[in-house]
Ligand binder design. Sequence first.
Ligand SMILES: NC(=O)c1ccc[n+]([C@@H]2O[C@H](COP(=O)([O-])OP(=O)(O)OC[C@H]3O[C@@H](n4cnc5c(N)ncnc54)[C@H](OP(=O)(O)O)[C@@H]3O)[C@@H](O)[C@H]2O)c1
Length: 378
Amino acid sequence: MSEGKSGLQLRSLLKKSGELELSLVDVPTPEPADDEVVVRVEATPINPSDLGLLIGPADMSTAEESGSADAPVITAKMPEAAMRMMAARLDQSLPVGNEGAGVVIRTGSSDAAKALMGKAVSMIGGAMYTQYRTIKVRDIMELPSGTTPADGASWFVNPLTALGMTETMRRENHKALVHTAAASNLGQMLNKICIKDGIGLVNIVRSKEQADILHKIGAKYVVDSTADTFMDDLTNALVETGATIAFDAIGGGKLASQILTCMEIAANKTAKEYSRYGSNVCKQVYIYGSLDNRPTELSRTFGLTWGVGGWLLTPFLQKIGPAEIGRLRQRVASELKTTFASHYTQVVSLQETLQLSNIAIYNKRSTGEKFLINPNKG
Ligand SMILES: NC(=O)c1ccc[n+]([C@@H]2O[C@H](COP(=O)([O-])OP(=O)(O)OC[C@H]3O[C@@H](n4cnc5c(N)ncnc54)[C@H](OP(=O)(O)O)[C@@H]3O)[C@@H](O)[C@H]2O)c1
């Protein structure tokens, strides 16, 4: 039998009873249509957005391991309050993993598909925590020579989101930007983009270690939200850069409000006259992550010219259209090992992904603790 007719796939199932179950199932690999190929998946990252589907708000202090070493099963309780948000996924066994990379082992009959036989490629489209993935040619990118699947595993979500931030900044007429949880994998990419493109960037972090990481790669403005001087430090950086748009990965708590407040103070420092309605400078915070699940608290001390909204990669890409997407993808391909390089602390198999000791590490979403899954490891 030829390789990859079936393979293991990681599934996340939230039962109506409130129990989350993670397991591996053996699934047949769909035969490729004319415009499709079958890829042996060799590298796929565990990003916060994957964890949202894999584990979500489940209470992992209740997690238990069962099954066997080859077919582990994890179960955990979902808090009652979180179940309402999950109604649309109840009792569905869902595949996980937004992006990945591997080697084409079978192709459909189109010329574009056949040209990819044996090539290392990156993919986007979900269900990547699987040994074999049938996928359309349009959803893959051939990796440049000298690049391994591990180099190309995180080619889409974080790189295009970081590029999407500077594009959004330009399209909405801002000249510099603010970023939170800024020492993240994505934050480091954003720093490299901004340094290369000459864009002012104010990084907000929550520890000295994170500040050191960013200074080391050349960041100029790094402010620590845990410092007593945070509001003054942020205001000064905003005055110097002129940043009036922020991308906030944290979401919960007061940070979005603090950013808008400091933007307003910065705007008033250069205002020509007093306005009782606040400055007329447009101040925007986009919440693009949920690292903190608490409510977003706004204390409106920043006038009336402001906005807080959500930002998601997919609608942004739909808005800019295929030609612009192609340009951004081309930039990622040519800077894959520099600007858009990702670092991983561990490479795990599908079975190792479902070990409680590993889940405890990657589910913390800590700086520099990213895991890479190789579904065909060993
Ligand atoms: N909207 C979109 O389309 C989109 C697309 C891609 C990524 N994202 C989001 O981008 C963010 C970064 O992704 P990544 O892969 O670069 O992450 P990452 O490398 O895993 O880093 C996560 C960072 O978040 C910090 N963090 C975790 N919990 C926090 C909290 N409660 N408060 C403050 N900081 C916290 C960590 O710092 P510590 O070490 O201090 O914990 C770490 O620096 C994620 O929120 C992800 O969901 C959104």
